[in-house]
Write a protein that binds this ligand. Structure first.
Ligand code: HEC
Length: 139
């Protein structure tokens, strides 16, 4: 079984109380947005010691693809049936716009710029999560 499908089935199995809307967002996050962001952030981070030219190339290619994925999924998050009331679409659009800047930085292999953009990208994730993801209080 493909890992993606496996993950979907696990979510369905564990989500008896969740709505379809929650599940869609959860899967977009787990399968696309989060891996895309992790790949993009790796573009702006220091390379591993002795990274080969080939590995550097692969890291930037993944960062570029991640930035493209986040733009596509940020648009998807704003579509009817997925978008929610409140600042939801503002945060989703922030992710789209910042990722577009990120795509340009990844194309230019500009690590300093990618790092700076990566910080702002995190603000879009965090803004939406702080507003919409219920947290269990620590005790
Ligand atoms: C427009 C709102 C929004 C934006 C922007 C957003 N998220 Fe999320 N994210 C959510 C919501 C809502 C959930 C909770 C989904 C659920 O469990 O029902 C979530 C859950 C997650 C999860 C947990 C998924 C799981 O397996 O349960 C991860 C990881 C995540 N987001 C990463 C990110 C990253 C990284 C970014 C930014 C690059 C981001 N998100 C941007 C709304 C958003």
């Amino acid at each position: 079984m493909k890992p993606g499908l496996m993950l979907c089935l696990l979510f369905v199995a564990s989500a008896s109380a969740a709505t379809a809307e929650d599940l869609t967002t959860k899967m977009i996050m787990a399968l696309d947005v989060n891996p895309g962001a992790v790949a993009f952030w790796a573009g702006g981070n220091d390379p591993a010691d002795g990274e080969s030219a080939f590995a550097t190339e692969a890291r930037w290619a993944a960062a570029l693809k991640g930035a493209q994925t986040m733009q596509a999924k940020g648009k998807l998050l704003q579509s009817p049936g997925i978008a929610r009331d409140g600042p939801w679409s503002t945060f989703a659009e922030m992710m789209v716009q910042i990722s577009a800047e990120g795509e340009a930085a990844a194309r230019a292999r500009n690590a300093e710029k990618a790092f700076e953009i990566g910080g702002r990208l995190y603000d879009s994730c965090n803004g939406c999560h702080k507003t919409y993801v219920p947290r269990v209080p620590a005790n």
